[in-house]
Design a protein around this ligand. Structure first.
Ligand code: CP3
Length: 355
C-alpha cells in the first residue's frame, strides 16, 4: 500500500494547514512562507530569561514553558510556522538512555550503546513518557489556531543512533561507523527500535495538533552515498512513510548532503531541507521537482550588514523562481549571538519580495 504512493504528499490525505503546509505540498501560495531552524534559542533575550530559571530539559518537560518559548519566538519574528520547543535527544531517555546537557560541552549520554547487548537492553515500550511534548503542542496549536502552522519534529534513526553510540556530538563518527560496519545485525536492530519509538513519538505529536513533521538527519552528511544507501536510507524511508500515513507532510533535513540529495528524496519526503553549500536551484534539481525544498541561507549571513544579507536572501528567492514548493529557511540553525533584528529583517524581505 505504501509503495502505491508515487508522488509525495497525496493531497487528499492532508486536511489541515495554512501557507506553510500548502507550500510543503507544492500547492500555490500568495507568497513564500518563512520560518527558521532554532528560531527559539539563546540568541533571543526572552529565551535567555526563561533559561536563567530553568534548564533546557525542564523547559521541554513543562508544557506551559515549552509552549511559551515556542509562541514568543514565532510571534516576535512574524514567521509562518512555529516549531515546537523540544530537543532531538528526548526519546533517548524513554529508551532507557539518560543524558544531560553539560555547560559548554553539549549533550552527554552516560552509558553509550556499543554492543549488541546494549541494543537489546533498549526499551521501546515507554514512548508514552514523551506525552509532555504532545501537551505543549496542544497549547501552541490552541494559541495560533489557523494563523500559523505548528511543526513537530524528531531525529532521524541514523542521527539519533550516532548520539546513542558516540555518547554525544562527534567529529568522525568512529564508534557509530564501527558498529555499523562490524555488527550490521546490532545496527539494524538499533535502527528498528528507533523507527518504532520515533513513529509513536511522531504520532503523539500529530494527534496533539502538529500539522507537519520535520525529521532531522543532521549528521547524515558524514556518510558516503554507498553507506547512506546501505545503512541509513531504509530506516529513514520507513519513518517518513509512517508519518505520511498519519496525514501530515514530512520535511527531511540534513547538513552537508549535496551528494545524498537524490537518495534522500527517494525516501518520499514531501520536502527536502537544504543546507547552504549549493545554490538552491542546483540542489532542487538534484532533489527533483516532485518535492518541495526548504532553505537555504547560511545562518552566519545573519551577522552580515543588512545590504549583504538582502543580496543573499534575494538570490535564494530568485533561484526558487516562484515555483510552488519553496519554504524559506536557513541551511542550519540560528547560532547564539545572532542579531534578532536581522532575523526579523529577513522575514520582511521574504514577505515583501516580488519576483
Ligand atoms: O526553535 C527550535 O528550533 C526548537 C527547538 C530545538 C532545540 N533543539 C532546542 C535546543 C530543536 C528543533 C532542536 C533540535 C536538535 N537538538 C538537533 C537537530 C537540529 C540541528 O541543529 O541539526 C540537534 C542535533 C540537537 C541536539 C542538541 N541540542 C545539541 C547538540 C545541543 C547543544 C548545542 C549547543 O548549542 O549548546 C542542544 C541544545 C539545545 N537544544 C539548545 C536549544 C535551544 C541550546 C540552548 C540551551 O542550552 O538552552
Amino acid at each position: 500500500m505504501e509503495e502505491a504512493r508515487q508522488e509525495p504528499g497525496a493531497p487528499e490525505n492532508f486536511l489541515h494547514g495554512g501557507r506553510f503546509v500548502r507550500a510543503c505540498l507544492r500547492r500555490p501560495v500568495d507568497r513564500t512562507p518563512v520560518w527558521f531552524l532554532r528560531q527559539a534559542g539563546r540568541y533571543m533575550q526572552e529565551y535567555r530569561e526563561v533559561r536563567k530559571h530553568h534548564t533546557l530539559v525542564e523547559i521541554c518537560k513543562q508544557p506551559e514553558l515549552a509552549a511559551e518559548v515556542t509562541i514568543t519566538a514565532a510571534e516576535k519574528l512574524g514567521v509562518d510556522a512555529a516549531i515546537i520547543f523540544a530537543d532531538l535527544l528526548l526519546p533517548l531517555e524513554a529508551m532507557g538512555l539518560p543524558f544531560e546537557f553539560q555547560a559548554g560541552e553539549g549533550p552527554v549520554v552516560h552509558h553509550p550503546v556499543r554492543t549488541a547487548e546494549d541494543v537489546r537492553a533498549l526499551r521501546t515500550d515507554r514512548g508514552a513518557e514523551l506525552e509532555y511534548v504532545g501537551r505543549a503542542i496542544e497549547k501552541v496549536a490552541a494559541h495560533f489556531r489557523d494563523r500559523i502552522d505548528v511543526i513537530g519534529f524528531c531525529g532521524a534513526p541514523f542521527t539519533l543512533a550516532s548520539y546513542m553510540i558516540e555518547g554525544g556530538g562527534s567529529r568522525n563518527y568512529v564508534e557509530t561507523k564501527r558498529l555499523m560496519y562490524r555488527d550490521p545485525t546490532a545496527w539494524g536492530g538499533l535502527l528498528e527500535k528507533l523507527v518504532t519509538v520515533l513513529t509513536g513519538y511522531c504520532r503523539l505529536q500529530v494527534q496533539a495538533g502538529a500539522e507537519a513533521i520535520q525529521i532531522f538527519d543532521s549528521w547524515v552528511g558524514s556518510l558516503s552515498l554507498s553507506d547512506y544507501r546501505e545503512y541509513a536510507f531504509e530506516a529513514a524511508k520507513r519513518l517518513v512513510r509512517a508519518v505520511q500515513e498519519m496525514g501530515v507532510p514530512v520535511i527531511y533535513f540534513g547538513v552537508e548532503t549535496a551528494g545524498l540529495l537524490e537518495q534522500m528524496a527517494a525516501t518520499g519526503a514531501d520536502v527536502i531541507g537544504l543546507d547552504w553549500r549549493q545554490p538552491l536551484d542546483v540542489a532542487w534539481r538534484a532533489v527533483g521537482q516532485g518535492h518541495a525544498v526548504q532553505g537555504n541561507l547560511d545562518p552566519i549571513t545573519l551577522f552580515a550588514p543588512v545590504e549583504i544579507l538582502e543580496l543573499r536572501v534575494r538570490e535564494i528567492l530568485r533561484a526558487a523562481g516562484g515555483r510552488a514548493g519553496h519554504i524559506f529557511n536557513l541551511g542550519h540553525g540560528i547560532v547564539p549571538g545572532t542579531p534578532v533584528e536581522h532575523v526579523q529583517a529577513v522575514v520582511r524581505m521574504v514577505k515583501e519580495y516580488r519576483g
